[in-house]
Structure formats: structure tokens, C-alpha cells
Design a protein around this ligand. Structure first.
Ligand SMILES: Nc1ncnc2c1ncn2[C@@H]1O[C@H](COP(=O)(O)OP(=O)(O)OP(=O)(O)O)[C@@H](O)[C@H]1O
Ligand SMILES: [Mg+2]
Length: 215
């Protein structure tokens, strides 16, 4: 698809600092005069936020891994159609807190679902979306869970540490799978230091010196 906007996705384990970094990047871009859309997954539209409730509610213990994967893809499809593609078409910069790599890492590596199947379902969900940039905030899962300790855990966060280890290993597999698209940032330093690293990659993608890649 031809469009003038840019999609930058923030990924990483729970507590890696995604939400913090999306906000810092958005503020900086807005100060520079860019038109920025901030969104998150699962969610970002009315329907997708309803699906989010289903996905994250710890009471939904019986949800099968395939149902989980399809609900994520459904929420994503709605977000792409309703928010991301229209924003890109009008030249905006879209910053998304989690996206399709989360499905490969959590449902593929965490839950053990077939990666090729997940890719196909998600290609369907991504529709005409072209190149984008994924910034992977890299932090060992133990450290991320420690940071996020203060608030109540959602259904996926309640999984044991071996699940979160597999997710982290999944992200590292994806770095090799998508070298054009995924940029890794060490998320263990202070937020402002992490932001400088994020900015290096993000600004290269915005100014076109880094073309990003497709899913
Ligand atoms: N670089 C950092 N160093 C230390 N603490 C941080 C850093 N970045 C964020 N935090 C803190 O860690 C916690 C988790 O950060 P944040 O919510 O941004 O992570 P997240 O990746 O969005 O987490 P989640 O997956 O739970 O949504 C917050 O309390 C935040 O203030
Ligand atoms: Mg967050």
C-alpha cells in the first residue's frame, strides 16, 4: 500500500517500558510538529477494547490458545482497518504499544502454537499494511515482572516465569527473522537513556534512511 504516514511499533516483555517509551516518543514528535496517533494492542478501537477485556480478564481461565490467538488477530484487524490504515493514509505517524510480533512471541513461543499458522492469520489481519518499524525493548523477563509488580496482573502476566522466558526467547528469534524491520534497544537503563536509543532508530525510519520492513 502507498501512503505517506509511518507506523512505529513498540514491543518487548511485560514491564519493559513500552508505554513509557511510546509517550516520550509521542511528546518529542508532537513538539517537532508531527501529527501523531498513539494506540495500543489489544485495543485502540471500541470493538478491540472489548476483545481486550475478554483476553486479559483472569476469570477467563478456560480460553484455549487458538481462541486467544484468533481474538488477538481479530482485535488487530479492527485496529488496522479503523485506525492504522486511515491514519497512515493521511500522513500521520502512528505509535502502537504492542502489535503483531507480540502474537508470534506470546501465542507462538509462549503458548506453543504453530508459527506459520499464526503468520497466515495475522497477514490476513494486517490487510494492506506495508512497511513498518518495530522497536524491541529488550529486558530479561524477571526484570520486567519486577518493574510491573505494583499493579494487578492480567491473565497473561499471571503465567509462570518459564512462559515469560519462552516469550523473551521468541522475541530474540524474531530479531533474526525480521532484520529489516526490528530494531533492538537495551531497556535496562533509565527511561531517558532508553529514549535516546529509541529515538536513533525511530528518527531514521521517519526520515526514510531506514525503510523498515514488512511482516
Ligand atoms: N527504563 C526504565 N527503568 C526503570 N523503570 C522503568 C523504566 N521504564 C519504565 N519503568 C517503570 O516500569 C514500570 C513498567 O513500565 P511500562 O508500563 O512503561 O512498561 P510496559 O512495557 O508498558 O509494561 P506492560 O507490558 O505491563 O504494559 C512502570 O512503573 C514504569 O514507570
Ligand atoms: Mg504498557
Amino acid at each position: 500500500m502507498e501512503y505517506s504516514g509511518k507506523l512505529v511499533v513498540f514491543e518487548g516483555p511485560d514491564g519493559a517500558g513500552k508505554t513509557t517509551q511510546v509517550k516520550l516518543a509521542a511528546e518529542r514528535l508532537q513538539k517537532m510538529g508531527y501529527s501523531v496517533v498513539m494506540t495500543r494492542e489489544p485495543g485502540g478501537t471500541r470493538l478491540s477494547e472489548e476483545i481486550r477485556q475478554l483476553l486479559l480478564d483472569p476469570a477467563n481461565r478456560e480460553m484455549s490458545p487458538v481462541t486467544e490467538a484468533l481474538l488477538y488477530a481479530g482485535a488487530r484487524s479492527q485496529l488496522v482497518a479503523e485506525v492504522i490504515l486511515p491514519a497512515l493514509a493521511s500522513g500521520k505517524i502512528v505509535l502502537c504499544d504492542r502489535f503483531v510480533d507480540s502474537s508470534l512471541a506470546y501465542q507462538g513461543f509462549g503458548r506453543g502454537l504453530d508459527l506459520e499458522m499464526l503468520r497466515q492469520v495475522n497477514r490476513f489481519a494486517l490487510d494492506r499494511l506495508g512497511r513498518f518499524c518495530t522497536i524491541l525493548l529488550d529486558l530479561p523477563p524477571e526484570e520486567g515482572l519486577e518493574r510491573g509488580k505494583k499493579r494487578e496482573k492480567d491473565r497473561l502476566e499471571q503465567e509462570d516465569i518459564s512462559f515469560h522466558r519462552r516469550v523473551w526467547e521468541g522475541y530474540h528469534f524474531l530479531i533474526k527473522e525480521y532484520p529489516e524491520r526490528i530494531r533492538v534497544v537495551d531497556a535496562s537503563s533509565q527511561p531517558e537513556i532508553v529514549h535516546q536509543q529509541v529515538w536513533k532508530h525511530l528518527s531514521a525510519f521517519i526520515n526514510g534512511s531506514d525503510q523498515g520492513g514488512v511482516f
